[in-house]
Design a protein around this ligand. Structure first.
Ligand code: FAD
Length: 383
């Protein structure tokens, strides 16, 4: 039977020094009033903040210097994103490009795509969206209906993507489309394309508002959208392997643990004077879970650093991590007898309201709980 393990990671002195550097940057930003801690850190879009992160070398950190990176380790990158999320920094503009699209282009894109796009991502000036889900295709991604047909010098895309986060603000998305009809293996015949989000090229974004009324994701329509050959990611027909590789980056990070961390901070502050044995136990339990999850997430970063493919471990972190994120508002509601409110103006009430309203999506975005558990079961040889 296959098993998984989460070996502890020892951080080198250079990574600890980098943590101090990020903390100093964030303290400077806060002191200058350039951001206020956001409840929804990686859902908060702030182009200027991303540009300043780019200037400091905090985006595309692992990439070669010729593409704007600093050839840093996976542990270095992990410490930077962990600090950003813990501080509630508005990292949403560059988040997807830094976390997965840029890595995908570096590993599988053409030289033209790497040279023209990666330096702009690293500068915090180029944003990406993920074009996987469709109205009739989410968990079962092999069923995508978007068609790509050959034309002179490239491909024409037709179809619809849905739930596409930040597409209304991104410069590009990476779309998964069918370049050959499904045969016996439905996972064959799929290809990924880098598509400029440009109305003049047949791409239309339509807003979808979420439970707390924010416009964070979209429906995106493609009508004869032209994609040149050098914007294909990987081999024609190899899109499935690309997508699954990309999802390992999407699932393992501290963004799957810290979505409601700002509420936990507010809860601890709120209980400072009224804490009793019951609340101490409840908060202590949450903090103990956080510490354990954090070590698991660090362990996955260590595996990425060693060049391993920790899809199984990443799925475990996302499954347990998102359950933890959902638990924080539930515990908070039991401990503090206060109404949640997005508009009352107090930090605790707002953090609670947004956490309650966004919590259902934690176990859907990036792969649902049921799908992750299927991956884990298969990885352990259980089915
Ligand atoms: C906040 C948010 C942001 C998102 N951002 C993006 C984005 O930027 N880009 C993008 O492409 N997508 C995005 N998504 C879409 C997300 O990836 C899909 O919603 C998700 O993959 C589920 O697909 P679905 O909605 O079609 O549900 P379905 O696949 O229809 O699933 C419905 C239910 O059936 C269950 N189910 C399905 N198949 C199985 C099975 N084989 N075994 C057991 N249970 C099963 C699921 O677990 C789920 O509970 C986002 C979603 C959310 C909530």
């Amino acid at each position: 039977m296959v098993s998984f393990r989460f070996d502890p990671v020892t951080l080198p002195a250079s990574t600890l020094a980098l943590r101090d550097e990020v903390r100093a940057f964030l303290a400077e930003e806060l002191a200058a009033g350039r951001f206020t801690p956001h409840r929804n850190s990686w859902g908060t879009f702030d182009a200027e903040f991303s540009r300043r992160c780019g200037e400091r070398g905090f985006i595309g950190m692992r990439w070669p210097q010729r593409y704007g990176g600093r050839e840093a380790s996976a542990l270095d990158r992990h410490v930077v994103i962990e600090e950003m999320l813990a501080a509630g920094a508005p990292v949403g503009a560059h988040w997807i490009a830094d976390r997965q699209s840029g890595n995908n282009i570096l590993a599988n894109g053409s030289e033209a795509a790497r040279a023209s796009i990666l330096p702009r991502i690293a500068a915090g000036e180029c944003y990406f969206a993920i074009g996987m889900s469709e109205p009739d295709s989410g968990s079962d991604l092999a069923s995508v209906g978007m068609r790509a047909t050959r034309t002179d010098g490239g491909w024409r895309l037709n179809g619809t993507k849905i739930w596409t986060s930040v597409a209304h603000r991104a410069h590009y998305l990476i779309a998964l489309a069918r370049t050959a009809p499904p045969g016996d293996d439905r996972r064959a015949g799929l290809t990924q394309f880098i598509v400029a989000i440009d109305a003049a090229n047949g791409v239309t974004t339509r807003p979808i508002h979420n439970l707390y009324g924010a416009h964070e994701f979209n429906e995106v329509l493609f009508e004869d959208t032209f994609v040149p050959d050098d914007m294909i990611v990987g081999e024609i027909g190899a899109g499935w392997q690309m997508v699954t590789g990309e999802l390992a980056f999407e699932r393992s990070g501290p963004d799957r643990i810290l979505s409601t961390f700002q509420l936990l901070r507010q809860l601890v502050a709120r209980l400072a004077e009224t804490a009793d044995a019951r609340s101490n136990v409840a908060v202590g339990r949450l903090v103990a879970h956080l510490v354990t999850l954090r070590q698991m997430s660090w362990s996955v970063a260590g595996m990425l650093e060693r060049g391993a493919s920790p899809e199984l471990e990443a799925s475990v972190v996302k499954d347990v991590g998102t359950a933890f994120e959902q638990e924080i508002p539930e515990i908070a509601r039991l401990l503090v007898p206060e109404q949640a409110s997005l508009t009352r103006g107090d930090l605790y009430g707002e953090a609670l309201a947004q956490s309650v309203l966004s919590a259902p999506c934690f176990t859907i975005r990036g792969g649902t709980r049921e799908i992750l558990r299927g991956i884990i079961a298969r990885g352990l040889g259980l089915r």
